[in-house]
Design a protein around this ligand. Structure first.
Ligand code: ATP
Ligand code: MG
Ligand code: MG
Length: 380
């Protein structure tokens, strides 16, 4: 399809699924990560061994690739800025987004609504002053290297300040005003080389222990909220430079107002449902954006045969491989697709996901109950 080689910083599951999508288009990919990383397992040929955050590895990957992209934002952006090949999205965009406080400042500057944020010094006075002004509880967040809620601490009251500082020690911090959300929504947005933005449907994400557990597509909220979320996500992504897919996480407040929680400059867990429910998956959309391939009208929409979808994350069970029971039941259930990442099972580790598609949310919920080994509330 395209004789350009796509170099990917990071070879986890997001890289692996990007490779899958690229393979179908006969686009060659080269991965920078450790030997045997999930993306390398399904991708024969030349790779670079090393850390995706290491400048030497980044330079070597760039040498071998025509376009460079990421599957994780925690990379060395100074090294990326020195790359002479096109980088998708722009290294400058990744640098802003990887620092969650700079990301918030950028969004506020561009008139995009987010939870109020302020950089904090790592001391009790600074946290107490923020709590006094913005109220308790508030969220204390690590500016960098955060994922799955590791890097967040709910500061309930004045008395929990010392525990917050001890938990998030030795790192730059910021405070975020509490968002009393009724639901968490997310929208995948793909940005073309020329700066056009296309939104996928608005979905609802359900987290368990700060890890994404379920995604409902479309979100079960009123139509105007679905549209407003897409618009907010498109405006947010339009404010950044560079091509590629972005995951936009949002809070829906009781008033119906939407606030952005955070943005990921890469494929995102809340967009996995697109693999089996949409005309074009988030991974293929990303490959198209990186290589400047066409993005026709409606390519991000749910298909006419799949009007609803649920994604269930497969997390490693307490007993080794016990999570595979859900996968086996999914294989036996119509309208279910199992995606496994080639990662060894460890408790709570994301090792795969199951996409469930159907013509109504009730149908998807019934199939979800079957997959989880529960009594379905309605018959199929
Ligand atoms: P991810 O794995 O999505 O990258 P993360 O570690 O970057 O996670 P956040 O997305 O910032 O963390 O927060 C994790 C969860 O904590 C959110 O999905 C939401 O449930 C809750 N949360 C975050 N910020 C706030 C806030 N300001 N008010 C209330 N709840 C919040
Ligand atoms: Mg995050
Ligand atoms: Mg998040």
């Amino acid at each position: 399809m395209d004789n350009k080689v796509l170099g990917i910083l990071g070879g986890g599951q997001l890289g692996r699924m990007t490779v899958e999508a690229a393979n179908r288009l006969n686009v060659r990919t080269i991965i920078l990560d450790a030997e045997g990383a999930p993306a390398k397992q399904i991708n024969a040929g030349e790779h670079v061994t090393g850390k995706f955050s290491d400048p030497k590895g980044i330079a070597e990957l760039a040498e071998k690739a025509d376009v460079v992209t990421i599957e994780i934002e925690h990379v060395d952006t100074d090294a990326l800025k020195k790359v002479t090949k096109p980088v998708a999205p722009a290294a400058e965009t990744i640098a802003i987004i990887q620092d969650k406080y700079l990301q918030k400042l950028h969004l506020a500057k561009h008139g995009v609504d987010t939870a109020y944020s302020e950089a904090l010094d790592s001391n009790a006075e600074s946290l107490a002053a923020f709590g006094a002004k913005q109220g308790f509880p508030f969220m204390l967040k690590s500016r960098r290297d955060a994922y799955d809620g590791r890097g967040n601490f709910v500061v309930k009251d004045q008395a929990s300040i010392l525990e917050a500082l001890a938990t998030l020690s030795n790192r730059a911090l910021y405070g975020e005003k509490w968002a009393p959300f009724t639901k968490e929504l997310a929208v995948m947005v793909v940005r073309s080389n020329s700066g056009e933005v296309f939104a996928y449907p608005t979905v609802e994400t359900i987290h368990k222990n700060n890890i994404c557990h379920l995604v409902f597509a479309p979100a079960q909220v009123a139509g105007p909220i679905l549209k407003a979320a897409q618009l907010l996500a498109k405006n947010a992504v339009a404010s950044f430079k560079g091509a590629g897919i972005f995951g936009v996480e949002m809070f829906l407040l009781p008033s119906g107002e939407l606030l952005i929680n955070e943005i990921a400059p890469r494929p995102h867990n809340s967009g996995h449902y697109t693999q089996d429910a949409c005309v074009t998956s988030q991974f293929e959309a990303h490959v198209r954006a990186c290589l400047d391939l066409p993005m026709p009208e409606g390519f991000t929409e749910l298909t006419t045969t799949t009007t609803h979808a649920i994604m269930l994350n497969v997390l490693g069970g307490e007993v080794f491989n016990s999570e595979l029971e859900d996968c086996r039941r999914a294989l036996e259930t119509p309208g279910c697709a199992v995606h496994l990442y080639g990662k060894e099972s460890r408790p709570n580790r994301k090792v795969g996901h199951i996409n469930i598609v159907g013509n109504s949310m009730a149908e998807c919920l019934t199939k979800l109950a079957i997959v989880q080994g529960k009594e379905p509330s309605t018959a199929l």
